[in-house]
Design a protein around this ligand. Structure first.
Ligand code: PHE
Length: 341
């Protein structure tokens, strides 16, 4: 019986069969286990002669199982080494990956350009009080410019509260920054803004970036140099030409709209040169009343401000034509314009 068992062990074809044999011999109901149990009922003489035999068999069987097990495992390893070859020269399969959205990328580019010019980044809430969004910016309640903004109004949270608005531009960050920081100030404020408007060139949510400089003896020349330097760096061209047109914003005086020159290259309109003009920015000298609304003395402190659409800048730089596609979340569109992780 012992011999038969040892023979079975050496013939076991795989680890499963080997384990079945182990259980049948050494398991709780195994026959060697049963023999060991029977020792207790034997006379001392029987036990003295049978005990060593049973223990020896158990040891033999245990050793045989262990060596058969390692032989089977080795054979399995050899088989896998022989069959599972890894060809390290094969190209890796492409894993799907996310990428930085063009708007985020342009905002990063802008923050970097302005950081080099000494501008910090300022932020404000997207749900804004009317005082910051309009009143402090020299747009009192009856001001017609309030109607021009197609404002989203929030439900008042309590009776009598003036409804807050989804900010219609990043200009309220000018006010918050002047409130919370002593001049001199040099900041940009990128972020989401909202207007009730939707077609191929307008989405109800879009992105602006605001610039604000407050210091002593600041003038329009500083504004023009800053915008020129920024646009040359952003479009990575030296032939950027600016044209400043007199305009009107309630919070700047004088105000200027800034056009950038374009020209035709390979049948496409690109920024640079001056075959034609397109508007890219609103700007001006911060209105003395706005400076006073922030608790500063306009005779001591002057400055300039500008605001522009980040989505527009992204479209111009990367040759995109439908603003709505920016917010569809279609990965194929991102890939088409070369935005990868
Ligand atoms: N806030 C203005 C707009 O949204 C842009 C602007 C900013 C103009 C700062 C002048 C100065 O149209």
């Amino acid at each position: 019986n012992g011999e038969q068992l040892l023979n079975d062990i050496s013939q076991a074809g795989d680890l499963g069969a080997l384990d079945a044999i182990r259980v049948s011999a050494l398991g709780k109901a195994g026959f060697i286990t049963a023999q060991l149990k029977s020792l207790g009922k034997m006379t001392p003489e029987e036990r003295a002669s049978e005990g060593p035999k049973i223990h020896a068999l158990r040891e033999q069987v245990t050793d045989a199982i262990a060596s058969r097990k390692s032989a089977l495992e080795n054979a399995e390893l050899e088989r896998r080494l022989a069959t599972e070859r890894l060809d390290l020269s094969l190209p890796a399969a492409e894993a799907p990956s996310g990428s930085v959205h063009p708007v985020s990328q342009v905002m990063d580019e802008l923050a970097e350009i302005f950081a080099d010019l000494g501008f910090a980044v300022a932020e404000g809430p997207e749900i804004e009080e009317q005082w910051y969004n309009f009143t402090a910016l020299n747009m009192p309640e009856s001001h017609p410019a309030r109607a021009m903004h197609d404002t989203f109004y929030c439900e008042p949270r309590s009776e009598g509260e003036e409804p807050r608005v989804l900010r219609t531009h990043t200009s309220p960050v000018q006010i918050r920054t002047m409130h919370n920081n002593p001049p001199p100030i040099r900041v940009i404020a990128p972020g989401r803004v909202y207007r009730s408007d939707s077609d191929a060139t307008h989405t109800p949510m879009f992105h602006q970036i605001e610039g604000l400089v407050i210091d002593r003896a600041i003038h329009m020349g500083h504004l023009k140099w800053t915008l020129e330097t920024f646009l040359k760096a952003f479009f990575e061209r030296d032939d950027i030409v600016l044209r400043m047109r007199p305009s009107y914003f309630p919070f700047t005086e004088p105000s200027a709209e800034v056009d950038v020159g374009w020209s035709m290259e390979k049948g496409r309109r690109v920024v640079g040169g001056s075959e034609g003009w397109m508007e890219v920015l609103g700007s001006g000298m911060v209105h003395p009343r706005v400076i006073a609304n922030c608790g500063l003395d306009p005779d001591e402190w002057q400055g300039f401000a500008f605001g522009t659409g980040v989505d527009r800048l992204a479209m111009l730089k990367y040759g995109m034509n439908d603003l709505r596609a920016f917010f569809d979340g279609d990965i194929r569109w991102m890939k088409h314009y070369g935005f990868r992780a």
